[in-house]
Design a protein around this ligand. Structure first.
Ligand code: IMP
Length: 177
């Protein structure tokens, strides 16, 4: 279908690797002596999270949460559904929420409000990509950002289009149909 498009590289494998090494070092410095829980938001973040944790040199735990936003593939409706909850009790824990991309911010804002009710000791957001231009709701806790990108629908490195392309080792984009 759009395989030719997927060959265009927006962010290369090497750029991702280098930036994640920096982010991992920063998280290790910021959380030294603590034992943070890194919470991956399924499904898009699993590739990023897998690489990120191996760039962090301090003890940590990993858990996952899954949400779905009603609406078309490219536009959040604002109505969010929790599909799979955490297994970890995050009360009193330092939580780092790990996302593939912050787009409108609608899904994340819901998730953040939900996690805050569980009284973590701290809660910050770490995203590989930030599509700032599209923001409707600002998740105030965005602390670690890999790359700020233009308003393009991106695929690869965990991000999908109709569930395809998550396995691309770099970030590419889809042309508007
Ligand atoms: P938001 O609620 O609009 O911020 O969207 C959040 C979710 O939409 C992300 O976690 C992604 O799963 C998905 N998403 C947003 N933009 C893109 C994109 O460019 N490519 C693939 N998925 C995207």
């Amino acid at each position: 279908m759009i395989l030719n498009d997927a060959k265009k590289v927006l962010i290369s494998r090497e750029q991702i690797e280098q930036r994640i090494a920096e982010m991992g070092r920063q998280i290790s410095d910021d959380y030294r002596g603590r034992n943070p829980v890194l919470v991956g938001v399924l499904r898009g973040s699993f590739v990023f999270l897998a690489d990120l944790i191996r760039a962090v040199s301090i003890p940590l735990e990993v858990d996952f949460i899954s949400v779905a936003s009603y609406g078309s593939q490219k536009n959040s409706s604002g109505v969010v559904r929790l599909l799979q909850d955490l297994n970890t009790n995050i009360k009193g824990r330092d939580v780092i929420l790990v996302e593939d991309i912050v787009d409108t911010g609608i899904t994340l804002s819901y998730l953040i409000d939900n996690l805050k009710t569980r009284n973590p000791a701290s809660l910050v957001l770490c995203a590989l990509l930030d599509k700032k231009e599209r923001r409707q709701k600002e998740p105030g806790i965005l602390k670690y950002v890999g790359f700020t990108i233009p308003d393009k629908f991106v695929i690869g490195y965990g991000l999908d289009h109709a569930q395809q392309y998550r396995n691309l080792p770099y970030v590419s984009w889809v042309e508007e149909e």
